[in-house]
Write a protein that binds this ligand. Structure first.
Ligand code: HEM
Length: 429
């Protein structure tokens, strides 16, 4: 038997089975996220009406928001030793993101009535509110207090995302038009990209890098230091958004420069992996680093563009951010979480990490991001296809291994036993 989502009622805080329950929930959510991640490049090559908006939103709303939903709840239960969220809450939250993302994509493509688009956008906003409730409950009822600062990052991110999503819904429903639409579009994108996604990544990295590399957290990552960095990034973001809405590019650019300084602050909070950690974690650790570099570089490019009176989202900066930054950070996270979530003992975990370790994928991802920003149409398509195929092949191998394992385990072991050895894999040392 397996810890399939919904098999069991949530276990209380600190109870032994709680990680297996949240792992089952995260597995279902991340599988759905992987489906949207696959749909995004496919939609880019199929004929469609809404240009780059469609693949961007399938990836950003469908894939990234689902991944954020599953991973943040998993981290909160594991690191705060809190109770898993209730089954109904998890399912409703997940369904709202998936239906909202798919509804928006189909609705804009098929020119659905404005009201339907607004409902799809508001479904996503409601999902963000439910995620905030779930995370707050887990951490407030948790045994460990070390995750409290991360919860604050997550709540700040979800607040930014809520505001950004409401602006997106207003744009999609045609409520904002004319000269204002351009400003609102930029504010919507910045709130979601740098607020929702960026603050979640920034808050998670000090814990996640330590976990990925199997080392202690940096002593620099104190709650006070995290508070300062969070304050800098949130203040920079707020100035940028107000500047964009007011049609004042220079202050907006200054705000993004402050946000980039906050990103440098995040780097100062990370542990410093040595040769031993690099040998152990290999490409997935390097990919976190390259993702962080592209993300910071893209924010600086956006700041420079605004300071020069240009747009907030020059296409090369947007592509660098989404493909070089966020897609790589997601891939690095899944290369770790995939083997952990498939369950099994330490040997299987190590075998799983060997399956997801891909220097080829890392090279293809970075080359694809570079080709995209240079506007090299044929090369970027080929490299992106290579990256997606490599990732898909590895995901298939991982999942085939899981099916075999479940067939052998089903006769004699409980779900908790199947997952027990990977329970401590998300542990901070
Ligand atoms: C769920 C609610 C959302 C809705 C209803 C929505 C809707 C929209 C609309 C209508 C536009 C303007 C398209 C145009 O000018 O033709 C837009 C642009 C954009 N949105 Fe969203 N969006 C949503 C969520 C998100 C999220 C979560 C992100 C990022 C994490 C995001 C990132 C962007 C970006 C980067 C652009 C600019 C695209 C470009 O320049 O081509 N959106 N969105």
């Amino acid at each position: 038997m397996t810890a399939k989502e919904g098999d069991r009622e949530p276990a209380p805080a600190g109870a032994a089975g709680r990680v297996a329950v949240v792992q089952g929930q995260a597995r279902a959510t991340l599988l759905l996220a992987a489906g949207f991640a696959l749909a995004a490049p496919v939609s880019a090559v199929l004929p469609h009406r809404t240009g780059r908006w469609l693949p961007l939103h399938l990836f950003l709303v469908g894939s990234l928001l689902l991944a954020i939903s599953g991973a943040t709840q998993l981290f909160a239960v594991t690191w705060a030793a809190g109770p898993p969220p209730g089954r109904g809450l998890v399912r409703t939250q997940r369904a709202l993101v998936a239906v909202g993302a798919a509804g928006l994509a189909a609705g804009r493509e098929l020119e659905a009535p404005a009201g339907l688009l607004a409902v799809a956008g508001l479904a996503v906003a409601l999902a963000l509110a439910l995620l905030a409730v779930a995370l707050h409950r887990i951490v407030a009822n948790g045994v460990q207090r070390r995750f409290d600062p991360v919860l604050r990052w997550y709540l700040a991110a979800l607040a930014a995302g809520g505001a950004g999503t409401v602006l997106g819904a207003a744009l999609a429903a045609g409520v904002v038009t004319g000269a204002h639409a351009g400003r609102v579009r930029e504010a919507h994108a910045v709130l979601n990209l740098l607020g929702l996604v960026g603050l979640v990544i920034a808050g998670t990295l000090p814990f996640f890098v330590a976990t990925q590399a199997r080392m202690k957290m940096s002593p620099a990552a104190t709650p006070a230091a995290q508070r300062v960095v969070r304050g800098v990034m949130a203040a920079g973001l707020a100035v940028a958004v107000v500047g964009l809405l007011a049609g004042r590019p220079q202050p907006a650019g200054a705000g993004l420069a402050v946000y980039a300084a906050g990103q440098a602050g995040v780097v100062a909070l990370l542990p410093r992996p040595g040769r031993r950690q690099l040998r152990w974690a290999g490409p997935r650790l390097v990919q976190l680093g390259t993702g962080l570099l592209w993300w910071t570089g893209a924010v600086l490019a956006m700041a420079v563009s605004l300071l020069g009176g240009g747009p907030a989202l020059p296409p090369p900066a947007l592509l660098a951010l989404v493909v070089g930054g966020f897609a790589q950070i997601l891939a690095a996270a899944l290369a770790y979480l995939g083997p952990v979530l498939r369950g099994g003992g330490h040997e299987r975990l190590t075998a799983g990490f060997a399956v997801t370790a891909s220097w080829r994928g890392l090279a293809a991802a970075n080359a694809a991001a570079a080709a995209l920003i240079c506007g090299h149409r044929v090369l970027d398509g080929a490299l992106l296809a290579g990256w997606v195929l490599d990732a898909g092949w590895r995901a298939g191998r991982l999942s085939a291994g899981r099916q075999r394992r479940l067939m052998t385990a089903s006769s004699s072991r409980s779900a908790a036993a199947v997952n027990s050895a990977s329970n401590d894999a998300v542990t901070i040392r």
